[in-house]
Design a protein around this ligand. Sequence first.
Ligand code: KG4
Ligand code: ZN
Length: 340
Amino acid sequence: MLILAVESSCDECSAAVVRDGMTLAVCTTTQTVHRRFGGVVPELAGRSHLELVDAISRDAVAQSGQSLSAIDVIAATIGPGLVASLLVGAMYAQGLALATGKPFHAIHHVEAHLWSAELLAGELPLPFLVLLVSGGHTLLVEVSGLRRYRVLGTTLDDALGEAYDKVGKLVGFDFPAGASVDRAAAVGNPRAFDFPISKSDDSYDFSFSGLKTAVLYTQRAIPSAEMPNHTADLLASFQEAALESVAMKIRRALRRSNFRALVAAGGVAANSRLRVMLREISREAGISCVVPPPEYCMDNAAMVGYLAWKLRSQNVRVPSDTSVRPRWSLTDLAREECLP
Ligand code: KG4
Ligand code: ZN
């Protein structure tokens, strides 16, 4: 089964060609138009997708060595995400499906992230625990099968990537700042500043806004002439507090259930310190750790094509209503009435 997949839920415009779960080609462009605004501007994201989506889809088909006529199914993310961004990719894919007489498969963006580690690692042992951390999501999800998901925890305020971006902005980094914070923190002292480790309660929920405020007040107290000497330490201390709160929740979840693998997804899963932490945690728990390479952690269409293949090959129905859904929870997805 040859699938052309499109992903446009936020600021990555991506298309992929996937054959029976194997990626033949994936083309992803991260929009740069948002850089000077310090965050994704929804209207600009939609316009940028409009300029990119056709060329990127054609590139993916060309790079796969296939032709459009050989494609069996066209898939696209229909939610959750930014409405203008979703509309462009989903309408493009549905239009193409209609014009070529091929079936369209609507995909839930978060569900695609949950299974993305299988793209390279092959089928994962069930149940597994997924940490999904990006600019828009911070979720800890138990996966015990297709459409069998339990959200253990989510963020009560900022997403983890958003916290990285905001703290990075404080020290003058361009948006998105996560990778720059990662690099700077790597040479800093994580114990230099004593930041609070949030949500040390019994829940699996996260909170990063208190930490972000603590970093802001600490930074304000440092004379600007001295700031360059403290930037790496400040970022390393922020990162340690943020990631330790995540690690604490993961350890607790692993202690309470018999997970067989720990999986990371989302842009922040590219973080070098987080990757080391996740490997340590899974080693302690005696389970496997699957952290895909950054290009499969961030938003990409290969995961959309992979999930479409997985769902179709296991006869899981597609949503009957394929209009875009900016808000769409995993719980609603499981409840959904679907068409064969
Ligand atoms: O999944 P993604 O590409 O897009 C969505 O947000 O949906 O994730 C982007 C987020 C941004 O907040 C970015 O700053 C963060 O991932 N990020 C990182 C790193 N690379 C990207 N955060 C920490 N360390 C990194 N190395
Ligand atoms: Zn995402």
